[in-house]
Write a protein that binds this ligand. Structure first.
Ligand SMILES: [Zn+2]
Length: 413
């Protein structure tokens, strides 16, 4: 049993033993294990999965028979196997089912349709400023309408579930956003309930940075070796998502990783969270734009997009303020590294669009001199090169992950 549990952990399925394990649960675990391996490996053979999981070939064959019947897995031509023998390749079926991913940001939201490999098939983006009102309930209604339109536009597709990534601090246990700086009223809304009332699908809510971390973990496929992976989201807010052994680390109520609200100057300005001198107050794209506008004093405030253009033209104020924001992010990252000792940190979201090279340089310079060399040598800091939006994709992947955890509940009606 122990070695099986180790294997389960290897694909991130944390089964907590507090009760005996019945045959049905063993079957559930085996199904999940196979789907997770198949997703990580891509196209492979049943024998390969049997070798990876230690399950008997007959067990793999039986489970795959169900999966093929349910439309979760498909056969895809021949692979050359041992001793020149050919065997049939299998992979996660990307034709049969769909999930919806939604990402709410401070200034816009996105809705996408995904296949079961996590690939985005169609997406749309709506600016909150274009809506009649920026009241949270209005934004939710608009998001619901966009989701309904996506479902209608793809009426032939079997949509199984929906994942929603939201800014935070997000109280996972209560399905509520604790606070979105710069906005009000979100903590009164049960977002999951609003969606479930309107759309007849299981809905999963996740903090946006957690969704981003999850998407990167998926994207690494077989190169992800259960290490601690942190996604540092430097956007309209600052947050981080932590993945450990293939699972999102939530903390007691789901707010772990709120790096935007650590103090970097206790004499600094009061933040809406109650703390003083929060990292987010110095490094988010909203604060960066504010700092540039304060110094340049234009007749009309520059948007973040306009500031990027000014930066590219060589504007010194934009450049100086950016370097400073990135340097300060480095201090936040030092805290993350000292707390979690991650193997991989990926930095993403809209602040990297200004100048990823300069950001990398400033962050690495700060971090290298702020942690002991033994730790520095073992952490890989990377700038995001993700195709698409990892937080939107991650929202969908969280829904898919749950389908893989208990496929029979989604498929067998
Ligand atoms: Zn704060």
């Amino acid at each position: 049993m122990f070695s099986l549990l180790k294997k389960i952990n290897k694909v991130g399925y944390m089964y907590r033993i507090s009760q005996g394990i019945n045959q049905e649960i063993i079957q559930d675990i085996n199904r999940t294990l196979l789907l997770r391996y198949l997703r990580k490996e891509g196209m492979c053979s049943r024998v390969h999965l049997s070798n990876l999981t230690g399950l008997k070939q007959a067990t793999v064959t039986n489970i795959m028979k169900d999966f093929i019947e349910w439309g979760l897995v498909k056969e895809v031509g021949f692979l050359s196997g041992n001793k020149g023998r050919r065997c049939i390749g299998i992979e996660v079926n990307n034709d049969c089912y769909r999930v919806i991913g939604v990402r709410l940001a401070r200034k816009n939201y996105m809705v996408g349709l995904f296949d079961l490999t996590g690939k985005c098939i169609a997406d749309s983006k709506v600016d909150i400023a274009s809506l009649e009102s920026s009241e949270p309930i209005f934004i939710i209604q608009s998001m619901i309408e966009t989701v309904k339109r996506t479902v209608k536009d793809n009426a032939g597709d079997k949509i199984l579930a929906m994942g929603v990534a939201v800014p935070g601090p997000f109280i996972q246990k209560k399905n509520r956003i604790g606070l979105i700086t710069e906005t009000q009223g979100w903590n009164e809304i049960d977002i999951q309930e609003e969606f479930q009332k309107a759309i007849n699908l299981p809905v999963y809510l996740e903090h946006d940075a957690n969704a981003g971390a999850f998407a990167y973990m998926w994207d690494l496929k077989e190169k992800y070796n259960n290490e601690i992976l942190i996604y540092f989201a430097a956007g309209q807010g600052i947050g981080s998502g932590i993945v450990m052994e293939g699972e999102i680390y939530q903390g007691a109520i789901g707010t772990a990783g709120e790096i935007g609200h650590i103090t970097i100057d206790f004499n600094g300005p009061k933040c809406a969270c109650g703390n003083n001198g929060c990292l987010e107050k110095y490094t988010s794209s909203i604060e960066y734009a504010k700092a540039v506008n304060k110094e340049l004093k234009p007749a009309r405030q520059y948007s973040f997009k306009e500031i990027i253009a000014l930066y590219k033209e060589g504007n010194m104020v934009c450049r100086e303020k950016y370097r400073k924001a990135c340097r300060l992010m480095g201090y936040g990252i030092i805290n993350l590294i000292n707390l979690y000792n991650p193997g991989i940190i990926i930095i993403g979201d809209e602040m990297i669009k200004v100048d990823a090279g300069v950001m990398y340089e400033e962050i690495c310079n700060t971090v290298r001199s702020g942690i002991i060399p033994e730790i520095w040598n073992e952490v890989s800091i990377r700038m995001s090169e993700y195709q698409g939006d990892p937080m939107l994709n991650g929202a969908a992947m969280i829904a898919i992950n749950d389908i893989f955890d208990k496929p029979e509940q989604f498929i067998i009606k």
